[in-house]
Design a protein around this ligand. Sequence first.
Ligand SMILES: [Zn+2]
Length: 202
Amino acid sequence: MSITAITIKDNEKYLRQISANVDLNDPNLLNDINVLAEYCQENDVMAMAAVQLGIPKRLVYIKNTNLDIINKIQKNEDVENYANYNEARVLINPVIYERWGLTDYWEACASCLDFVGHVKRPYKIVVEYFDLGGKKHRDTFEGFESTVLSHEMDHLEGILHMDIADEVLEMPPEERKILRQSHPYNIVSKTGKYEELLKNSH
Ligand SMILES: [Zn+2]
């Protein structure tokens, strides 16, 4: 049976919950990650938070945050090489400690139907998380990775991209591709405190 994502139409209240911290000894953890992996393998997504698949735990699966490859897939170039591109990274209990710079992008979400939102995100984030082996990491995620990961981490707080977008449009995926070609991922600043840059951008 294929897995489907919970949408704002099915159960918005479910998506609004705050996901629970993962116990690294949770006997269901491997199964939860397999559900995420299977969904991401079968669907055209960049990443996914577990709550979107009915698992309200602080788990994020990153499939593809490489903008060059995403653009190739969207233009149907090199399909045989990249159609199933999958970084397959799992972040357990991720926490953002620093946010730098400012970017904007027309984001979409498997849980938000055809609603795309113009969202301002940090260019760079410093994140602590655990891997499946229970090892703690402190990594810097830069550029488009920062946008994708920030979007997923908002899901863990019950926040959707539409909530923080400065503009929301409803359009089918084909139109979204065209919009992203004319309005691609945009770096406003690579440095400076995100919160201050965001405040001054209004
Ligand atoms: Zn989403």
